[in-house]
Design a binder for this molecule. Structure first.
Ligand SMILES: Nc1ncnc2c1ncn2[C@@H]1O[C@H](COP(=O)(O)OP(=O)(O)OP(=O)(O)O)[C@@H](O)[C@H]1O
Length: 586
């Protein structure tokens, strides 16, 4: 269902430019970092010149006064560089925090916008890996790589110019020596990037596996499948480690080759410098200064190459972020001029609604109208399309054909906030947050008072069991409310809905079998929740919807039989067979 935008093949440049847009609110801070980088670079570039002066004018003439002045200048430059570096680091930390925070927030907002279709297609492990690991890696790009790159470029340009200024012939020899490096290194770099990309994708698979292994731990234990999972886990780890090892190997080869070429350059300077000195074409001070500028330039070039490679790797990781943010189309978007409604009556109409997931048609031209206050249940075999109908009502998906109306307004034109505020969803698997029971109920209406929360709990038959918890309403729940039973979780969700007070209740009934006592209590709670509201329910236990005004038997996305429980039984059709075949006969 989730599509990538047409023509979405993107280059690293597109991604890079997109990532740079996050700098926009902090441009002044970035300029400040660049300015400080220039100061630091100038400090480093001045040192060889002072050494030149020291050898030529101070050592030669033994001038103490000049020596003191020079010493003062060097100390001054060092202090200025130190201060610049400290304030640059502070600004880098600031930018890193701000920019990566903005990036993380925008990625999270996009994930929210993508909603249901995205969550159904992508594992939580994958989403977490993008929102956490990948975005975290980008911090380095923003705070270190880009500001450093500017400094490195300044250093390269100026140290080369200063070296050329000392002796142009020597510089030609160096260019010739260094060309060996530039002929061979792209081949090594290509291999390095290739294995790094493989390592990155293997790391992602490994991250997903870790998440899966941890979240599935209880199921693995119950099915005695820990060894099976361990084998898969180790296989993923091995694949990741193998790719990583090759990537590191090529990184080391490239580093050693670069070192060899730089040393080769030093030998060339010494040989050619010696020949020039012998022919009185170059002095000692110039040879030493040239060597220092050569070292500075080579150091900056090495750093720049490493920096660019790191950025290439980061861009490989940024691909996931970019794809998610720029190339994943929001299937269900907010209308451009949304209609807001304060309160709705609760009439829902399906007008020739057709829907398919990819090539699979699930809903085949549905037509029905649910009156305000009516209770309607969808029943049928597993996979017949019941839950999909509920998802269409809440606009988690849009139908490809036909339309759905709420109180006569096409839900595509309604503001999604209005739509979701008017509908109270109770899913098969309800989610509880790791906070107090009170806050979990208040989630239904954040501005509710404590008294209203307690009242809702009483209405949902949840008050007694909540009071028996160690800290009553303030009891902190574990992850997904694991410290509570299934029936207790459902009653908290019902209390939440009572507090939210929507006019429409959409309920995907839990298939889990509850004991008779709990089932009766939950049924009572539901009956209170249903009072005076439109109720649309997917029912697995047929007995629970016996009192409903209408029951629709769904098969392959069409309504096969429709009527009250008694009507359908007297039909002696498919519904009758379903009731006969289930344990719900009463
Ligand atoms: N996100 C999805 N992507 C692709 N196919 C899907 C998706 N969700 C559901 N389906 C398919 O659509 C069909 C209808 O699914 P749906 O969940 O609506 O059935 P159901 O009647 O509610 O089933 P159950 O009673 O088991 O919950 C099934 O064949 C299912 O495999």
């Amino acid at each position: 269902m989730l599509r990538e935008k047409k023509g979405s093949r993107h280059s690293f440049l597109d991604m890079y430019l997109w990532l740079m847009t996050y700098y926009r609110p902090y441009l002044w801070h970035l300029f400040y970092i660049i300015l400080l980088s220039i100061v630091v670079a100038c400090g480093e570039l001045v040192i060889p010149k002072t050494i030149n002066y020291f050898i030529d004018n101070i050592l030669g003439q033994k001038d103490k006064r000049l020596f003191a002045i020079l010493l003062g200048i060097v100390i001054g430059i060092s202090i200025l560089s130190l201060i610049s570096m400290i304030s640059r680091n502070r600004k880098e930390i600031y930018i890193r925090e701000k920019v990566s925070f903005d990036l993380q927030v925008s990625i999270l907002s996009k994930v929210r916008q993508l909603g249901f279709p995205y969550f159904e297609k992508n594992s939580i492990g994958h989403i977490l890996s993008i929102v956490n690991t990948d975005v975290f890696q980008m911090q380095r790009l923003y705070s270190v790589n880009i500001p450093d790159m500017i400094k490195q470029i300044i250093m390269i340009i100026f140290s080369c110019l200063l070296a050329i200024n000392i002796n142009i012939e020597l510089s030609i020899v160096i260019v010739f020596c260094m060309s060996i490096y530039y002929i061979f290194s792209p081949m090594i770099s290509k291999k390095f990037v290739q294995y790094s990309q493989i390592a990155n994708s293997k790391r992602k698979e490994f991250d997903k596996k870790i998440y899966e292994s941890i979240s599935m731990l209880p199921d693995l234990k119950v099915n005695v499948a820990e060894q099976w999972d361990r084998k898969l886990f180790l296989m993923k780890l091995k694949e990741y480690a193998d790719a990583m090892r090759k990537s590191i190997l090529f990184s080391c080869v490239r580093f050693s080759f670069r070192k060899f070429c730089i040393d080769f350059g030093i030998i060339a300077i010494m040989l050619f410098g010696f020949w020039m000195f012998k022919n009185s074409r170059m002095g000692i001070a110039d040879i030493v200064t040239y060597l220092l500028y050569y070292s500075l330039a080579m150091n900056a070039i090495t750093q720049l190459i490493t920096n660019i490679n790191q950025q290439q790797l980061l861009l490989v990781q940024a691909q996931n972020i970019y794809n998610l943010y720029c190339n994943t189309v929001v299937e269900v978007d907010e209308p451009t001029q949304p209609i807001f409604m304060d309160k709705v009556k609760g009439e829902i109409t399906f007008n020739n609604v057709k829907f398919h997931y990819g090539n699979k048609t699930v809903v085949h031209g549905l037509n029905f109208c649910i009156k305000p206050g009516e209770r309607i249940a969808f029943v049928g075999k597993s996979g017949s399309g019941k839950s999909t109908i509920l998802k269409l009502i809440g606009r988690f998906y849009d139908p490809q054909e036909g339309a759905i109306f709420l109180d006569g307004v096409n839900i595509k034109k309604l503001s999604t906030a209005t739509l979701r505020e008017q509908i109270g969803y109770v899913f098969q698997e309800s989610f509880l947050f790791q906070t107090s029971i009170k806050e979990n109920i208040r989630f239904g209406r954040p501005d509710a008072t404590d008294e209203e929360v307690i009242h809702a709990a009483k209405e949902a038959f949840a008050y007694d069991f909540i009071q028996s918890q160690p800290e009553g309403f303030d009891t902190h729940l574990g992850e997904r409310g694991r410290t509570l039973s299934g029936g207790q979780i459902q009653r908290i969700c019902i209390a939440r809905m009572i507090l939210k007070n929507p006019n429409i209740i959409v309920l995907d009934e839990a298939t889990s079998t509850l004991d008779n006592y709990t089932e009766t209590e939950i049924q009572l709670a539901f009956n209170r929740l249903f009072k005076g509201r439109t109720v649309i329910c997917v029912a697995h236990r047929l007995a629970t919807v016996r009192e409903f005004e209408r029951i629709c038997l769904i098969e392959d996305g069409v309504i096969l039989e429709e009527g009250s429980y008694e009507d359908l039984i007297s039909l002696h059709g498919k519904f009758y067979s379903l009731v006969e075949g289930s344990n719900d006969k009463k």
